[in-house]
Design a protein around this ligand. Structure first.
Ligand SMILES: Cc1ncc(COP(=O)(O)O)c(C=O)c1O
Length: 377
């Protein structure tokens, strides 16, 4: 089997090798401070006795699992601490596809590219299901796509790349459809703290034994490098997830879990509110400048991405490279996110230079789209 390398590595490498000054809006690496308590805990960790440098329990430090369970209102036994949300998604998707309930995974289009990649890796078949124009869940489209072969439905809210926050009633309906065809619904809530419009409700409130919720601290604590995530599994699936996690990883990294535990316990809600405010300001500034560029765009209700469409300049890899070279702005091609937004380019608002980037785009498109190069690389 050939594994697909996610396209954003390619864009990041291209942008890093470019000659001029490039504003990097490719990946979702926050540029703001992690919680002060997290830095403090990491410092402390260096002086702990040798026992603290050994394997933690495979399913995660007990106190961290309890803290997660308390915040999420679930039994700690249902929580598995993973190497990021990425691994939690892998465990959840693997379980759904492993049950002998079919091979098909319904993924919402536009799609976070790791979902189709993981589906293939696990021997499943991805089917892209259109979403509404604003990125919201289209329950009728899910109904139409669901069949006896559907084993898995993956949802992501707040959504990367559209910024949509799914309506809980729509999620409930999808869970009902999943029940009818014996599918498991995985809801990736890694952006739950970036609920810019204040409308997010976790799928855990549905209290369904069909639902696996995944999340992590990469985004909420600005620590994509520390690799701490988790899955909340229904009783029937948690044992399988723990075993797979153990066989693949042995366990996760103890210092990271220790630091996240302390940060969870000692960080005031204000920290998360400040990150949200910072992003909301960036959304305003970036979209104002996109207005000036005459671009169409999505205003995110959550997460930290803006999709923009420039007339006559589709979101291909070739055009994204052109923007790197000629405008000094690096985004992600819409064609990397399935088929629904291949005219669009995604910009991650994880740079203090977001306004400057939008001004560069406005200048670049001032006289309409440049002509397509003869060699589209
Ligand atoms: C929708 C979604 N899920 C999962 C991840 C990966 O998160 P983690 O760093 O916690 O593995 C990302 C990262 O961008 C994401 O956008």
């Amino acid at each position: 089997m050939e594994y697909e390398e996610p396209k954003f590595f390619h864009v990041m490498q291209y942008a890093a090798a470019a000659d001029g000054d490039v504003i990097d809006m490719v990946s979702g690496n926050p540029d703001w401070e992690p919680p002060a308590a997290l830095r403090e805990a990491l410092r402390e960790y260096a002086d702990l006795p040798p026992a603290d440098f050994q394997y933690p329990p495979s399913d995660g430090l007990r106190e961290l699992r309890e803290a997660i369970a308390e915040r999420r209102g679930v039994d700690p036994d249902r929580v598995v601490v993973t190497n990021g949300t990425g691994e939690a998604n892998y465990l959840a998707m693997a379980r759904a596809l492993d049950r002998g309930a079919g091979d098909e995974a319904l993924l919402m289009d536009p799609v976070y590219p790791y979902y189709p990649g993981k589906t293939h890796l696990l021997g499943g078949e991805p089917t892209l299901v259109p979403t509404a124009r604003d990125g919201g869940l289209d329950v009728d489209a899910v109904r139409e796509a669901a069949s006896e072969d559907t084993a898995l439905i993956v949802l992501n809210t707040p959504n990367n790349p559209t910024g949509a926050v799914y309506d809980l009633d729509a999620v409930r309906e999808v869970v009902g459809l999943a029940e009818a065809v014996d599918a498991v619904v995985v809801v990736d809530e890694v952006y739950d703290r970036f609920d810019l419009a204040g409308s997010f409700e976790s799928a855990l409130t549905l209290d369904s034994d069909r639902v696996i919720v995944t999340s992590g601290f990469s985004k909420s604590m600005a620590i994509t490098g520390l690799r701490v995530g988790y899955g909340v599994f229904p009783e029937a699936h948690v044992g399988d997830a723990k075993t797979r996690h153990m066989l693949v990883n042995v366990t996760g990294a103890r210092p990271s879990q220790y630091a996240v535990y302390h940060a969870l316990a000692e960080t005031e809600p204000d920290y998360y509110a400040q990150s949200r405010e910072l992003l909301a300001d960036r959304v305003d500034a970036f979209t104002d400048a996109l207005d000036a560029a005459g671009a169409e765009y999505s205003r995110p209700e959550g997460a930290f991405y803006v999709l923009a469409r420039f007339e006559g300049f589709p979101g291909t890899m070739a055009n994204v490279k052109r923007l790197v070279d000629e405008a000094g702005v690096a985004g992600m091609p819409g064609e990397a996110f399935g088929t629904a937004r291949d005219e669009w380019i995604r910009f991650a608002l994880v740079t203090p230079r977001a306004t400057e980037a939008a001004e560069r785009l406005a200048d670049y498109f001032a006289d309409g789209a440049p002509e397509t190069p003869a060699d589209p690389r």
